[in-house]
Write a protein that binds this ligand. Structure first.
Ligand code: TEU
Length: 540
């Protein structure tokens, strides 16, 4: 692979509990993932990113880490992690782990030691413990809320029942926030990085990268005013966070072989986001503005222009992403009246998506995305065109969002359904005995990998062929030049390749002197129908 592989890599996100189960407990695991590496190699991805595999009580599906230097029994053991890294490298696939530095599990030894110690003791320095307000300390230290719903603070009680300090958790109660002003926390994470870099991982995806450092004094947050002014809260995107990433970059640069960091930072302003990508910080960041775009041609032209310009200013490549384990699968998002409006859970109480329209748009969006210069992220199952499971029984939901929002937000289980590998096997081949930790919707049978791999024109084949051509044509390292046309057209040249997407428009004439090399639908004549993308090259 060429130097700075992360500049144009296609990175496939494995959500381990839902990818492939080798032992029949209904949860995916690392041996299962190893078995599927040839499938990923055939699909044509350059790297995998694994959502957390570490020891965890699974209050947030592994984003609550109890031991960063071990593998949870659900997924296997540390030898399986080594085997996965070796097997992936053997196929030329890079491996990125998910690092969760904003919070640990409450079962992490740091938190256990902290709560066993007295307020004010050094053990408490790792987390954000505060006295409560009011005479008896019964009021929360500030008004921050949890991203999953409810209050952002929980009060400790001594074994004899007397209440004492509060601790901050921007997510679940079982995910106490670390105090990144503590040198002990910084050193602890230096060790964690080195532990996995020594094992040969090629990089890390940094979970909620914009939240580690909080504003001094933890001031109250006026949500309403922030919404109006567009200002970010005192827990997000504080300038001090960049010291952490500079420190990590120095660690990575001390290793051979292009190790890389990708920021999961929901920072709306592309210029602020690009700060994370300065030459001495991270290499790439998820482009959530692209993911969140409405199905609208102008919106796409704008977001592509804006994000590429911001990244270019700091010398970083732009990334492209349509789905992940936190958002409604894009087939179903694109099947809604207003796709940009809801990337969060869909349930039976909401509008039901039209997955036929959604699939057509998803295929068009994919071909557009894979022709853009930069790197791209795929979420497991999108190569099969999987829709969101929108009719999950409430009694089966496991996402903490569902519980913490007091059952008002259905949460993210619908995009985390076990993969359908074989149409004819029980559990669609997810596990040897048909067990699946969440049930698969009936629609997944026809979308199973074995069916699609054997079917010309399938979504799997579209991904496979586009990935191969993208590589051959060097599109990931190319440049983008906009091509003028009707309002509904998103069109650009990337080198010799002309890419045209018709977003909600009348049929648009294809240019003369070009031939189609890829198309998201079967074309009929020389027009580009609505919700279609083509790649063209000049006829010589
Ligand atoms: O997500 C961070 C996050 O804040 C968004 O995912 C989003 O706001 C949330 O999902 C809405 O419900 C990361 C992980 O990707 C996610 O899976 C974890 O739950 C979260 O951090 C906490 O670690």
């Amino acid at each position: 692979m060429t130097a700075e592989w992360w500049r144009d890599a296609v990175i496939y996100q494995i959500y381990p509990r839902s990818f492939a189960d080798s032992n029949g407990d209904g949860y995916g695991d690392l041996p299962g993932a190893i078995e599927k590496l040839p499938y990923l190699s055939e699909l044509g991805v350059d790297a995998i990113w694994l959502s957390p595999i570490y020891t965890s009580p699974m209050a947030d599906a592994g984003y609550d880490v109890a031991d960063y230097e071990n593998v949870d029994a659900m997924f296997g053991n540390i030898a399986d992690a080594d085997a996965l890294i070796t097997a992936a490298h053997g196929l030329g696939i890079k491996v990125i782990l998910d690092l969760v530095p904003n919070h640990t599990s409450d079962e992490h030894r740091w938190f256990q030691a902290a709560i066993a110690a007295e307020p004010g003791s050094p053990e408490r320095d790792y987390y954000l413990f505060r006295d409560g307000l009011g005479e008896d300390g019964s009021l929360r230290p500030n008004n921050w809320t949890s991203v999953f719903g409810g209050k952002g603070w929980t009060r400790l009680t001594r074994p004899d029942g007397t209440p004492e300090q509060w601790y901050l958790h921007l997510f679940d109660v079982k995910q106490p926030d670390l105090d990144w002003s503590s040198e002990k926390v910084r050193e602890g994470f230096d060790d964690i990085l080195r532990f996995w870099l020594d094992k040969g991982v090629d990089g890390f995806r940094i979970d909620v990268a914009h939240s580690l450092v909080k504003a001094d004094g933890l001031p109250d947050w006026d949500h309403e005013a922030a919404l109006l002014s567009g200002e970010t809260g005192p827990m997000w995107d504080q300038d001090g966070v960049h010291d952490v990433y500079r420190r990590w970059r120095r660690i990575l640069d001390g290793y051979e072989g292009d190790r890389s960091l990708v920021a999961e930072a929901w920072v709306a302003d592309p210029t602020r986001l690009a700060n994370y990508l300065r030459p001495d910080e991270m290499h790439t960041a998820f482009n959530f503005e692209f993911l969140d775009s409405r199905w609208n041609a102008k919106a796409y032209r704008d977001v592509i222009t804006k994000t590429m310009a911001a990244d270019r200013a700091v010398g970083a490549p732009t990334t492209w992403v349509l789905s992940n384990h936190d958002v409604v699968r894009h087939v179903s998002r694109f099947g809604l009246q207003d796709p940009g409006a809801s990337h969060e859970g869909l349930g039976q109480r909401d509008e039901q998506p039209d997955n036929e329209i959604g699939t057509r748009r998803a295929r068009a969006a994919t071909l557009m995305m894979l022709a853009l210069p930069g790197s791209a992220y795929l979420y497991q199952g999108e190569e099969l065109g999987l829709p969101e499971h929108t009719t999950l029984d409430d009694s089966l939901r496991q996402d903490p969002t569902w519980f913490r929002s007091e059952f008002t937000r259905v949460g993210r289980d619908g995009c985390r359904i076990p993969m359908p590998w074989n149409a004819d096997a029980p559990g669609l081949g997810f596990s040897p005995n048909g067990e699946t930790w969440l049930p698969q919707p009936e629609s997944y049978r026809d979308l199973a990998a074995d069916q699609q791999m054997a079917t010309p024109g399938s979504t799997w084949r579209l991904y496979h062929d586009a990935l191969a051509m993208r590589k051959d044509l060097g599109l990931g390292r190319g440049t983008l030049e906009w091509v003028e046309g009707p309002d509904a057209l998103v069109a650009f040249d990337n080198g010799d390749v002309r890419v045209m997407t018709n977003v909600l428009g009348e049929p648009i004439a294809l240019p003369e002197g070009y031939r189609v090399i890829a198309s998201s639908v079967d074309l009929d004549g020389d027009v580009l129908p609505t919700d279609t993308t083509v790649w063209l090259t000049p006829v010589r």
